[in-house]
Ligand binder design. Sequence first.
Ligand code: ZN
Length: 60
Amino acid sequence: MECMKCGNEMTKANFFTFGGMSLETKTNSIFETPERSSVEVYVCNKCGYVELKATDFKKF
Ligand SMILES: [Zn+2]
């Protein structure tokens, strides 16, 4: 992935909160099961720009 700010090749990194970080689709009721996706992080080692990407973005 290329950095949006400076065009440098970005490095994939691990991004941790306790138990991992994930995204969830918004549901209209508590009876619906939300779809979940984990998050990938890319860091530019030239300018420090960080980009987040959902791994299962098509669920949204
Ligand atoms: Zn950059």
